[in-house]
Design a protein around this ligand. Structure first.
Ligand SMILES: Nc1ncnc2c1ncn2[C@@H]1O[C@H](COP(=O)(O)OP(=O)(O)OP(=O)(O)O)[C@@H](O)[C@H]1O
Ligand SMILES: Nc1ncnc2c1ncn2[C@@H]1O[C@H](COP(=O)(O)OP(=O)(O)OP(=O)(O)O)[C@@H](O)[C@H]1O
Ligand SMILES: [Mg+2]
Ligand SMILES: [Mg+2]
Lengths: 465, 465
């Protein structure tokens, strides 16, 4: 009478696709586009390739009188490293499958964004996705596939291998129900903001009306790809520690500490083990469960672990941020504040804030542009921690900014684990450490603005005299 | 160099447990408590058993000087129908496993809340959960188990069967790191609001300080358990239709329409098939994929399907809502507005709104109590659709409510699929149909308040004369 069943991850997100940002045709067209573009940018950056990304949205039916919502062909192609043929169908045909489950900054983190775009196309049009991947070995693989949603597995319907001399890259062509009429401004804004923050990328967008948008790269300087890092002691839990102990190849607990934790050298390890009362020479594999629990307690309590460093992070940087703001917002004044690396729950993060004041591009009043791991966040502004800080924690009168003055605030949080509140990566949850760093960066940038404004004020006073 | 891997559902929510409401010890203690209480209430209601629910939070270490966060034993026990032994370990040991993946109103919907509570306990204390279940067959099963997080499977460490004459019920005892100091007020508020909306339940809560909270039932009248229903044509997509066609046992498309869709009788089916140009006698299994796509288009376009009915829903009802508000908020005036059944994307829903004005319990100004499928929602108020309506869409001056007057707004949305924005069931996403019904209910209740206030005003005027 009470009947139990199990559902697969793809089945779960098929039923609950609004959790992943696929709630309606307009929103889904945006989400599919962004998931694919973010995949392309991640791949190019990891491989050190200057990104050339091509995005096209074409109505399936050439009859222009047909109203939205209606089927579109969304195609995203890049010049990145491509995807190894043995992984290609699973990369897009399985939820919770990917290459970004590591402690290293990337746009992707859940192993499902590409798959959800394919899935949404399939459930609304039943057409297979067309994938093309070349990894620079002289060949390109072309696949047509669908997803077995109940089983969370790809169904490859056609596969061809063609010559592709000297090129690499990935192309995804999905047919899906969309609403370009409603989604257009958000899609264009997403690409524009991506160009602001990724000035080394070429983005070409041909939209449903055939209009071309070309964001040309303004620099050939790419950020250094971040390294994978080890977990920090403050973020470790008992499950994670037990796995490290089980997999450990170190003969002593002292060596184990050094090999498995972020920035723990021999001195730190020795002093910590002394503090925690554990024997530095004990065999990690011999540790009992209750001992592991108290080791975790000690790891959290010990005050002298080095703060996380930023080798696993890739902030935008003051120069690039300034260039991007200048190019897109053309303000009268720019202030940038880059905070030193910090951490929440052991996850390293860096906050960067820009302020753009005046000029003719920004609308009157306050605008907020939010970014996380170089992704523009365009939804749920009111729920985001940045918005709450601007709305509740900043005393604007203190900075003598006229309320009708055009003022743009640009926030970027980068981390090995961005604390998104939702699977759809819409906004950041409140984390006290991140909140504190955002406030500090904001106040620093506002002070720079205040200095500028008072100088303006005193200059105007001098001029009037 | 680019290495792919797959992670299980439990591994995904272990790494991203904040998506499910397990972000820190304080929040996790609340989330674990609520997930278990909601399971107990669901089970009792489905079985028509007046719920007796016992909740206890006890510090693991009796040394009271130990500060939060620290390990607690959380125990939730009910007199419900119990869980069949063959499903017991998977019910709590597997993510995406449960009995509520159906089109019927229930608090649970994701198949993971109980499992997450166990998982959080395990990763913070490494202790097994103790489960007890009796299904009324004279025996009770006692299990100690943990979760193999990588495999998404239970690890049963001990199992005993003991005599349990004439009783049924479930008990869950999980040991987890918590912060009762921070969580106490939210936990107490959750139970108090649950008592408001579930006046037929006995709730006994013994907290970490040994204090007893007893919410005694004020009625023995229970709501009729909702029926499982069929999908409505407006909510169907191509994947869902193809599955129905594949599993279909009907010989004709006409019969198929009647057997598989909500409130589609023979007349409606015949007229729809005529409208869509499909042959009523065709064999459903012979339908081609492209035909299925155009059938779905027609299902969405056809205007004359009956609106969903409410047999799959279980609203609180005007009487119970009024009783609960009276008992807990003791206001001077109550207005209730229950909307007729409606639907979003084919999912039936009902909106109920109560207004409580005046009295000594409510604080000054506006308070919002939100409920969905009889669950109190205590987090992320500012992101919820109800809050946005109160904040942006209501002209309060129109209703002549003094801003300092105590005014409580109680909203309840019940549906076969509550459009939660997050896996942690914190708040409702914006759905235009739900938004419209909430506004209508609110305005209706406010008009009742306005009538009352103007009568008060005129009575006071008369008295002054
Ligand atoms: N354009 C691309 N070029 C190279 N590799 C890609 C590309 N698109 C996807 N991939 C690979 O496929 C994997 C799965 O992509 P998918 O978007 O589903 O998940 P993800 O990017 O890892 O995480 P998220 O769900 O957060 O986006 C990626 O991890 C990446 O290895
Ligand atoms: N106290 C209980 N009495 C009877 N059955 C229960 C009880 N607790 C859990 N169950 C069963 O175990 C299943 C799994 O519970 P779990 O909380 O993990 O998922 P759910 O309630 O179905 O969905 P959700 O994740 O939204 O809570 C339930 O569907 C229910 O069948
Ligand atoms: Mg991705
Ligand atoms: Mg549940």
């Amino acid at each position: 009478q009470v009947s139990f069943s199990e559902i697969s991850p793809s089945e779960f997100f098929y039923r609950n696709r609004d959790l992943a940002g696929f709630s309606n045709p307009s929103r889904s067209l945006y989400s599919a586009m962004r998931e694919l573009v973010e995949n392309s940018l991640d791949a190019c950056e990891m491989a050190g390739i200057l990104p050339d990304i091509f995005i096209r949205i074409t109505p399936l039916d050439s009859d222009e009188s047909k109203q939205d919502p209606k089927p579109y062909v969304l195609r995203v192609q890049d010049n990145g490293p491509g995807i190894d043929p043995k992984n290609l169908s699973y990369a897009f045909g399985r939820v919770f499958y990917g290459s970004k489950f590591k402690l290293r900054q990337a746009r992707g983190m859940f192993g499902m964004g590409g798959t959800m775009s394919i899935l949404y196309g399939q459930i609304t049009t039943n057409r297979p996705v067309k994938l093309m991947s070349a990894i620079g070995d002289g060949k390109a693989v072309q696949i047509q596939m669908m997803i077995d949603i109940r089983k969370n597995a790809p169904i490859v319907m056609d596969k061809q291998v063609v010559p592709a001399e000297g090129i690499s890259g990935t192309s995804v062509e999905v047919t899906m129900e969309g609403d370009y009429f409603r989604a257009a401004s958000k899609i264009q804004e997403y690409l524009r903001q991506t160009a602001v923050i990724t000035p080394y990328a070429n983005l070409v967008f041909i939209d449903a009306l055939g209009r071309q948008f070309f964001y040309e790269r303004v620099t050939k300087e790419m950020p250094v790809p971040p390294d994978e890092t080890l977990p920090h002691p403050y973020g470790i839990d008992v499950e994670a520690l037990r796995r490290l102990l089980q997999d450990s190849e170190e003969a002593t607990l002292l060596k184990f500490m050094q090999q498995n934790f972020h920035r723990v050298g021999e001195n730190t390890a020795r002093r910590f083990l002394e503090f925690s009362g554990f024997n530095a020479n004990m065999n990690p594999k011999s540790m009992e469960t209750l001992q592991a629990v108290s080791l975790v307690e000690a790891l959290h309590k010990y005050d002298n672990f080095l703060k996380p460093d930023a080798s696993c992070l890739s902030p935008i940087g003051k120069d690039i941020l300034k260039k991007g703001i200048e190019k897109e917002l053309k303000p009268e004044f720019i202030a940038i504040s880059v905070r030193p690396p910090s951490a929440y729950s052991g996850f390293p993060f860096i906050v960067e804030v820009g302020i753009a004041y005046g000029g003719k591009v920004l609308p009157q009043g306050l605008s907020l542009l939010r970014f996380a791991n170089r992704i523009p966040l365009l939804y749920d502004e009111g729920s985001d921690i940045s918005f709450k800080i601007l709305d509740q924690d900043i005393d604007w009168r203190h900075y003598k900014v006229r309320t009708e003055a055009p003022l743009g605030v640009i926030t970027h949080v980068c981390s090995t684990k961005v604390p998104y509140k939702t699977v759809g990566k819409e906004y950041l949850a409140d984390r006290p450490e991140i909140e504190r760093e955002l406030k500090n960066a904001l106040r620093d940038a506002l002070r720079q603005l205040q200095t500028y404004l008072s100088r303006q004020g005193s200059m105007a006073a001098v001029q009037r005299k």
